[in-house]
Design a protein around this ligand. Structure first.
Ligand code: HEM
Length: 389
């Protein structure tokens, strides 16, 4: 089995990349999301059939890896193949997709995750070979996009890791000072990585040649929503630990429940646990209400407010400088028949953007009609800290 899995991995790193890149260059030259034509159709068929043959060999062993990490990697490999077939619109019911679907379902259910590739397969579960990680194409913009997103995810994880350690020691602990500083530095890094991505990525390349691999695709009879860099527990842990989102808010509960099968297996526990800790904002208000804030509480409180501002800045950038120019703006020029399926999750673009805008306002504690955020509580904390000075 190991040998046939390695053969699939080798193909994905070489021929698969060349075939996708050849198609992408043709689409890009025509400034079109997709094109047909005898030569192009031959290339699309090569992806469908060559990948299908290799996956059938893996499935034909009748076994799947015993090691969970290897199983997850194989799910990603099958997912890359299925996503490329979806992107180039080849293959329908029947072979070779049926065999790939069956293998994906077997792997997904053994791991308790959606049976498709997610962003974790492109980033942290994507072993580089001689400096190159697995991508769909060899286009520089794809590498820029994956690297930029993955670095931001790692920085979010660093911030979540620092914040997660604070509740057991209390918000006025001298050790918490260091952790708040760490969280703030990590969230400043998120903004820095997002800014670098926004500066480096070519909007047309992203829209025409990279985004289409992130679409929904079918596994058997079920259409699974597409991949995005948000499919990690860390950002939600940060929202809930800071107290900017509320675990009892039905909108936010839906965000968490929907995301659960799309995060890597090791993130499912933290995602479940995120809603259990007392939010740091509440802990500060509780301590500050007991009497004049001492020096340490004021110092940590000031840092906490700076962490909240850093979280707001990074996510506001995502909304206004990544989602809008790289997706919403170019979508306005897309042909009408291509406007459906524009988003990773499947709903129409305006619905997705509406949900992201709500998350952005919650994270920035920006009250607006119909949305009460943590703004009043943050202002109260600021006043209490100032009064205790
Ligand atoms: C060109 C760059 C990017 C674009 C166009 C973009 C676009 C989007 C879109 C459209 C969604 C919603 C997915 C859907 O439901 O269809 C989304 C979700 C998300 N993205 Fe990005 N994104 C980009 C980069 C990033 C980066 C660098 C990060 C940092 C880790 C990030 C973090 C998130 C998160 C956390 C979500 C989930 C929703 C949430 O909790 O806010 N994205 N993104």
């Amino acid at each position: 089995m190991e040998e046939v899995i390695n053969e699939l991995d080798r193909w994905l790193r070489h021929e698969f990349v060349d075939l996708n890149t050849e198609l992408e260059e043709a689409y890009f030259a025509a400034r079109s999301e997709i094109l047909d034509g005898p030569d192009l159709d031959k290339t699309k068929q090569a992806i469908l059939e060559d990948g299908g043959t290799l996956i059938a060999r893996v499935a034909g062993t009748g076994r799947i890896p015993g090691d969970a990490r290897e199983r997850y990697r194989l799910l990603g490999a099958v997912g890359f193949y299925l996503a490329a077939c979806r992107r180039h619109e080849v293959g329908a019911d029947g072979e070779p997709l049926t065999t790939a679907w069956s293998l994906a379902n077997r792997l997904g259910s053994s791991l308790g995750v959606a049976p498709r590739f997610v962003f974790a397969h492109q980033s942290i579960h994507n072993p580089a070979v001689r400096g190159t990680f697995l991508t769909f194409t060899s286009l520089p913009d794809e590498e820029v996009f994956i690297r930029g997103n993955a670095l931001a995810v790692l920085a979010y994880q660093r911030a979540a890791d620092a914040l997660r350690r604070i509740p057991p020691m209390g918000v006025s602990s001298p050790m918490a000072t260091y952790l708040f500083e760490q969280a703030r530095a990590a969230l400043d890094d998120v903004l820095r990585f997002n800014q670098a991505l926004g500066g480096e990525l070519d909007a047309d390349r992203f829209f025409l040649n990279i985004r289409p691999y992130f679409k929904t695709y079918r596994v058997g009879t079920v259409e699974y929503r597409g991949a995005n860099a948000g499919d990690f527990a860390a950002i939600n842990e940060i929202d809930l630990l800071l107290g900017l989102s509320d675990a009892t808010d039905p909108f936010y509960q839906h965000v968490l429940a929907e995301k659960y099968p799309y995060v890597p297996p090791e993130d499912q526990g933290p995602l479940r646990a995120a809603a259990l800790a007392e939010p740091l904002l509440e802990a500060f208000l509780r301590e500050a209400a007991t009497g004049p804030a001492g020096e340490r509480l004021r110092r940590n409180g000031g840092l906490f407010l700076a962490v909240c501002r850093a979280h707001a800045a990074a996510y506001t950038y995502h909304h206004h400088r990544l989602v809008k120019p790289f997706l919403e703006r170019p979508a306005e020029d897309a042909p009408q028949d291509r406007r459906e399926g524009m988003t990773a999750s499947g709903p129409p673009l305006d619905v997705v953007i509406g949900g992201l805008a709500r998350l952005s306002d919650l994270r920035a504690a920006r009250d607006r009609a119909g949305l009460a955020t943590a703004r009043a509580a943050l202002d109260r904390l600021q006043a209490l800290l100032a009064a205790g000075a």
